[in-house]
Design a protein around this ligand. Sequence first.
Ligand SMILES: *Cc1c(COP(=O)(O)O)cnc(C)c1O
Length: 266
Amino acid sequence: RYVKLNTNESPFPPSPRVLDALSREAIAHLNLYPDPLAKTLRETIAQEYGVTPEQVFVSNGSDDVLGFAFMAYADQTRGVTIPEVSYGFYQVYAQRYQIHPTVVPLNADFTLPVEKFMEQNQLVAFANPNAPTSLAMPLRDVERSVASNPGGVVRVDEAYVDYGGETSIPLLARYPNLLIVRTYSKSRSLAGGRLGYALAAPALIDDLNRMKNTFNPYSVNSLTMVAGIEAMRDRAYFDACVASTCKQRAVSAAELRSLGFRVLDS
Ligand SMILES: *Cc1c(COP(=O)(O)O)cnc(C)c1O
């Protein structure tokens, strides 16, 4: 009776390759612990995005990854700079870890004022594209933030990048302080699998592993790893799902505009 939209899950099931791979044989291996290093999954993600496996961290959903980043790069003395309107968990984590947040209001047109995310020299955390505004920051502005903040990590949450944003991956080769966080929950149709990852220089990935192994050393489970590998490999299905969502977005925006709503350029 109801259509639930608040958490932006994919309306599409996981790739058919995921369904095939979660076979009786995969399930039969549940007597064994999963690979704590998630080697094959990390290699698969690395290959897809043209980075090395040492530049990939995986964990149980990107919220989990975000939590480790807050623990690693901010504390009572080093704060975090976040947008006033963004993914709600950033403020929740800041509170939970007693991190002082520098909260930056959006511009009148709902874009992020990039200057306010420059020269912070503490953790800087935003989503690109931002949520729930849906607006993206151009790559050159992300780079201005990263380049001007050598004393802090800039953490870019790319949960929605596949729907039309510009990824910051090309900056990874030049900036040791850039941390990109991504999720399988939206464009990869695996919200129930709880799988997220980070891409960054190996030193930052080591930091996240140290945090994880200290505080919350729970590996990604074996079935989710299998699902994550196959979902990443099935580029055709991924492309089709993303294209369909983008098409429906245009239809929905046009309908909303015809009803008199103001709709941002998602
Ligand atoms: C959905 C979402 C997440 C959380 O993803 P999980 O991997 O399911 O924890 C993180 N950031 C943003 C901006 C999101 O929209």
